[in-house]
Design a binder for this molecule. Structure first.
Ligand code: NAD
Length: 469
């Protein structure tokens, strides 16, 4: 605990305006976050720009070595980081939550360090020799959400650094402490000035997206904000990677075994208490096994403990903020009022402290119900009945977002055929939401553009340059 206090103290500002961050599970104070201004942003960009050329000059090998040391630093402070993340974001220590997220930070840093990226000789025919290189961009802006604040910061920062850039991070107003603490730990091993955090509001994010000294913005957040960033970045023709909202469909084919898939379906939908971009948010189940899937899923869901994150037994936590709690409550209430059948949950305890919304399953619901058509981003899963695979595919594709999707079947070849017909950046088979630092990840339709992870993710943080001689 002493080192938790030391970590928190190290990110608590001595001067300037601050804001008290409250624990969403208890309403008690977690810590004080600085309230940075647009002027602070200017200073951060200038400092990052000053540090960048020397970092770029180190070359891939030395930069990768520094990233590996940064991964070690994250592991040294893993428990303190996980506790702070749990208190600020709400997610439990255990399950695929806070400790898992901190572990992922180290894993993605190591993957960014270890992924080879060679210059490509595109043509070499005796007359023309054309090579494709990836040069540093300069200063990269990293704007992130509140659901996986540490892991998504690493997804943005690690490839940017590997490719020779400096980074200015703008965390969500809801989870600044997690990002400040993570970057403080990374900076134990990185050159001074190279990674800056500006803990400000939307106006700081908007300025970062339009700033002429910023060459690229990595953005993860809602589709609405993504559109605002496209507009702000237009005058400087800034490069963008946009990881936006999703409303992922899962299709259970008639040959699936309800008992065998129930736990996978549960975690696909309820990881991080449903506050995950690529979580299963609409489940389509064939009529022939509809009741059995509802029954098995209810049994799994009932057994998953929800509560305060620091209590070791819990695997589900509160919603991170009141706004998100209200969205989930509104959508479930409207579904119930429309005649849908609530199998589990749906009644938050008004006397309970914190933004806890119970694990909720809603059956016999129409495809155009708002709980299906809107991104609920919380622990409430609508289960829709279908009778032909064509109908299920059409319903899955009916929305204007397409981040992830999944197909569940005893026959992986049949599942792949259905997967190919779904409009989404990733379609998983018999799992949902499993991300991997070696595998490219990105959205289709209004879920964004650009890829993260793997060699594609590195290329996205460089400026392609052809040398043609
Ligand atoms: P949000 O869009 O409200 O905020 C994200 C960030 O953008 C915050 O840091 C915010 O301060 C900043 N911001 C707000 N207005 C801005 C502006 N005009 N210019 C620049 N920056 C601005 O998103 P959120 O509510 O924090 O996150 C939840 C959303 O993120 C969900 O829709 C979820 O699906 C999505 N998400 C997507 C992915 C993915 O990989 N595709 C991952 C996680 C979350």
């Amino acid at each position: 605990m002493e080192s938790y206090d030391a970590l928190l103290a190290s990110i608590t500002p001595d001067t300037g305006e601050t804001r008290t961050i409250l624990d969403p599970a208890t309403g008690t104070a977690v810590g004080e976050a600085p309230v940075h201004s647009v002027e602070d942003l200017e200073n951060a960009i200038a400092a990052a720009a000053a540090a960048q050329p020397a970092w770029a000059a180190l070359g891939h090998e030395a930069r990768s070595a520094a990233l590996l040391k940064a991964a070690d630093a994250v592991e040294r402070s893993a428990e303190e980081l996980a506790r702070l993340l749990s208190r600020e974001q709400g997610k439990p220590l255990n399950g695929p939550n806070a400790r898992f997220e901190v572990g992922a930070c180290a894993a993605w840093l190591r993957a960014a360090a270890g992924t080879p990226l060679e210059a490509e000789t595109v043509v070499d025919d005796g007359e023309t020799r054309a090579e494709l290189h990836y040069r540093p961009i300069g200063v990269v802006g990293a704007i992130g959400p509140w659901n996986w604040p540490m892991m998504i910061t690493v997804w943005q920062v690690a490839p940017a650094l590997r490719m020779g850039n400096a980074v200015v991070v703008k965390p969500s107003e809801y989870t600044p402490l997690s990002v400040l603490a993570l970057v403080k730990v990374l900076n134990e091993e990185l050159p001074e000035g190279l990674v800056q955090v500006v803990s400000g509001g939307r106006e700081v994010g908007a300025r970062l997206a339009e700033h002429p000294a910023v060459g690229k913005v990595m953005f993860t957040g809602s589709t609405a904000t993504g559109k605002a960033i496209i507009k702000s970045s237009a005058d400087t023709v800034k490069r963008l990677t946009l990881e936006l909202g999703g409303n992922d469909a899962g299709i259970v084919l008639p040959d699936a075994d309800p008992k065998a898939i129930a736990e996978g379906l549960f975690w696909g939908a309820f990881i991080n208490t449903g506050q995950t971009c690529a979580a299963l948010k609409r489940l389509y189940v064939h009529d022939s096994i509809y009741d059995a899937v509802c029954e098995e899923l209810t049994a799994v869901a009932k057994a998953m403990p929800m509560g305060v994150g620091l209590e070791e037994g819990n695997v589900l936590g509160p919603l991170q903020n009141k706004q998100q709690f209200d969205i989930v409550a509104r959508l479930v209430d409207a579904a119930r009022d429309s005649g849908a059948r609530v199998l589990l949950g749906g009644e938050p305890d008004a006397d309970q402290a914190g933004y806890f919304y119970p694990t909720t399953l809603v059956a016999d619901i129409d495809n155009d119900n708002p709980l299906v058509a809107e991104e609920q981003f919380g622990p409430a899963l609508p289960i829709i009945r279908y009778s032909s695979v064509d109908e299920a595919v059409a319903k899955a594709n009916a929305l204007d977002v397409g981040l992830g999707a999944s197909v569940w079947s005893a026959d992986p070849a049949a599942a792949r055929e259905v997967a190919a017909r779904i409009q989404a950046g990733t379609v998983w088979i018999n799992k949902h939401g499993a991300v991997d630092p070696r595998v490219p990840f990105g959205g289709a339709k209004q879920s964004g553009y650009g890829l993260e992870f793997g060699v594609e993710g590195l290329k996205a943080l460089g400026v392609p340059q052809v040398i043609n001689g």
